[in-house]
Design a protein around this ligand. Structure first.
Ligand SMILES: C[C@@H]1O[C@H](OP(=O)(O)OP(=O)(O)OC[C@H]2O[C@@H](n3cnc4c(=O)[nH]c(N)nc43)[C@H](O)[C@@H]2O)[C@@H](O)[C@H](O)[C@@H]1O
Length: 453
């Protein structure tokens, strides 16, 4: 055998071992070891050889903002896992814009195609994994394919539950293609009706029965991998709410969740409101957070402002969940009892209630201050949008001394989580309104405490 061939084989073998050390990515990102330059350069070259996988997704249109945030976490944790797998180390998650959600009722303002950076601190989210807003995606697509090119996806997978999720009494992770029902089909003639842009088309549109966690998407991507090598692969998963968490409430969940900090402008609006109407500030309330979520450490020393925070979910909950949703009078009596017990005089109310319901609530709580966030005028409402107003409500509830929320509302769950991150004692957070003030032992929301590495 030619000595050069032996030399090259040994070199390649050595390189591949160096490059595939399991924690090399972390090492190279931190750049904190002395042999880093050589190994990391090889690693980067090896990664650059892989295609960029753009994972786009969307959620059933009827789902609300906070359920969508939960779906995001499932996919962010998945993409972070995927980026450690060979062939996917350049995977990126593309965030679906927010457009006219069913719960957004301000029809006199434009609420279409709102990017995530309108509501969230994207820089903070990117410290968890590689996520990009849709405008960034368009810019990248244009860079790769030239201007004016419509977006051609490689595949769209529309997910649907299996009819029988428990075959022989067991739930196993699986997926299978099936013929798309007429209402779901896509004949390829017109642009795809997703995201409302009119410039998306696809090479393939498949309907899939799917059950299992986000990790099953890795198998799906592998099984339907294109035969020919590509520089970039574009995959859209529809009805991504069907994909389950791998492990809900574990360290990965909380890391992704902590990275989802709100946009600075919204935090400022909430801070001004707290200062002006609730005499509340982070220093005083012991709710100061490190500038980066990655520097957060476990503690339960937050005190919160001198007010009680209440999330009272109304609207569709009055119909769909009438057995667990209290009347306004009963909610008021439960708030009153707690205010007296805690010696507080003020309640901040976050709610999707009508003006009349709020008026009634105030009347039932005459001896107390009942405060609610209302934008200063049309301009501020226009800038914040309904989603921003809801976030200000959540931030203010997250800084209250004590919080009570609505049974089985993801809006409430996200406030619980925010308070866990801020560091409140659990008993000041995980509280739920009962259907009636006379019920002491009604069913409560589950307690999912924060966990750190
Ligand atoms: C019954 C189910 O309920 C699920 O809702 P649930 O988990 O409470 O929570 P979300 O998924 O956030 O949907 C409820 C939406 O209603 C508005 N909303 C609710 N409470 C408040 C509040 O206190 N303040 C403000 N400003 N807005 C509020 C807001 O737009 C919010 O995103 C939905 O996701 C499902 O689609 C379905 O409707």
């Amino acid at each position: 055998m030619d000595i050069n061939n032996v030399y090259y084989s040994v070199l390649l073998l050595t390189i591949s071992q160096i490059v595939h050390t399991s924690h090399l990515r972390e090492i190279c990102e931190k750049r904190d070891i002395f042999f880093e330059p050589f190994r990391c350069q090889l690693y980067e070259l090896d990664v650059l050889d892989e295609p960029v996988t753009y994972l786009l997704y969307d959620v059933n249109p009827s789902e609300g903002f906070n359920l969508r945030r939960d779906v995001y976490i499932r996919l962010a944790v998945f993409v972070e896992y995927l980026r450690r797998q060979r062939g996917y180390r350049r995977a990126r998650l593309v965030l679906p814009p927010w457009s006219n959600l069913v719960h957004w009722r301000s029809h006199n303002i434009d609420q279409t195609h709102l990017f995530w950076h309108h509501f969230f601190d994207l820089r903070s989210m990117k410290r968890y994994t590689n996520v990009i807003d849709m405008d960034e995606f368009f810019a990248e697509y244009e860079r790769l394919h030239g201007p004016d090119a419509g977006v051609t996806l490689d595949a769209v997978y529309k997910l649907q539950h299996f009819d029988n999720m428990f075959e022989h009494g067991v739930f196993v992770d699986k997926f299978e293609k099936h013929v798309c029902p007429k209402s779901h089909g896509y004949d390829g003639a017109a642009p795809l009706p997703y995201f409302g842009y009119g410039n998306f088309t696809t090479e393939e549109f498949a309907c899939l029965h799917f059950q299992g966690s986000a990790m099953l998407l890795h198998k799906l991507l592998e099984e339907y991998k294109p035969a020919r090598a590509q520089h970039a692969r574009y995959v859209l998963v529809l009805n991504a709410e069907i994909v389950l968490h791998d492990l809900w409430g574990n360290v990965d969940y909380w890391a992704a969740r902590r990275s989802m900090r709100f946009a600075e402008e919204l935090v400022e609006v909430a801070a001004r409101f707290r200062a002006e109407f609730l005499n509340s500030s982070d220093q005083q309330d012991r709710t100061v957070r490190p500038a980066r979520w990655t520097d957060e450490r476990p503690h339960r020393t937050a005190r919160g402002g001198d007010y009680l925070g209440a999330h009272i979910r109304r609207a569709d909950f009055l119909y769909g969940r009438d057995k667990t949703t209290p009347t306004i009078q009963s909610a008021a009596l439960q708030i009153r009892a707690k205010l007296l017990e805690l010696g507080l005089k003020t309640v901040f109310v976050a709610s999707d209630c009508s003006r009349m319901e709020f008026y009634n609530l105030k009347n039932y709580l005459k001896r107390f201050r009942v405060v609610r966030f209302v934008p200063e005028g049309y301009e501020q409402r226009h800038a914040l949008k309904d989603g921003g107003i809801a976030i200000v409500d959540q931030i203010v509830c997250s800084h209250a001394r004590y919080f009570i929320g609505t049974y089985e509302s993801t809006f409430t769950y996200r406030i619980y989580e925010e308070r866990e991150i801020i560091g409140f004692p659990k008993d000041l957070t995980f509280n739920t309104f009962c259907k009636s003030e006379k019920e002491m032992n009604c069913e409560k929301n589950t307690v999912w405490p924060i966990v750190y590495d």
